[in-house]
Write a protein of this length. Structure first.
Length: 147
């Protein structure tokens, strides 16, 4: 079942895209030339937005739970995703891009925010000079190496 989840055009991403477009923001999608292929690229503002799924990116929230089967595989997989996210963010910041992470739990689940608040935070980031923003709690799960 998890293999059927694609990396682009997820429901949270589509909600964010529609909302930002309605607010007048124009963007490119999944730019292949940028590290990490950001979900939304605002070239004129030198800003990118990643819409992260809480499970796949190891977000420490109510939507994340370690799978009961194959724990070594999942710890390595999620830990690798967290490390890759940090490398991509650092590379984009070093290249002069501004980066925002929008977490899935801000748009769904029992702790979701009103969509207007999420869009407002994204708009505030895009209109500012802020280098990095995490919309939702910034913490990720602890991944130990089993030792």
């Amino acid at each position: 079942m998890m293999a059927g989840i694609g990396p682009a055009n997820t429901k949270p991403e589509m909600i964010l895209r529609r909302g930002l477009h309605a607010l007048g923001y124009r963007y490119r999608l999944h730019a292949r030339k940028l590290p990490g292929r950001p979900d939304l690229v605002f070239a004129g503002r030198r800003a990118v937005i990643f819409v992260h799924g809480c499970f796949w990116h190891g977000h420490d929230c109510h939507l994340f739970r370690w799978p009961a089967t194959r724990p070594e595989f999942w710890r390595a997989k999620i830990g690798g995703n967290i490390a890759r996210d940090a490398r991509v963010r650092d590379q984009l910041l070093a290249d002069g891009w501004r980066v925002a992470d929008v977490w899935e739990c801000t748009m769904r689940g029992r702790e979701r925010w009103p969509i207007g608040d999420v869009l407002g935070r994204c708009a505030a980031f895009l209109d500012s000079d802020e280098a990095y923003s995490s919309i939702g709690c910034i913490s990720t799960v602890a991944v130990d190496d089993g030792t």
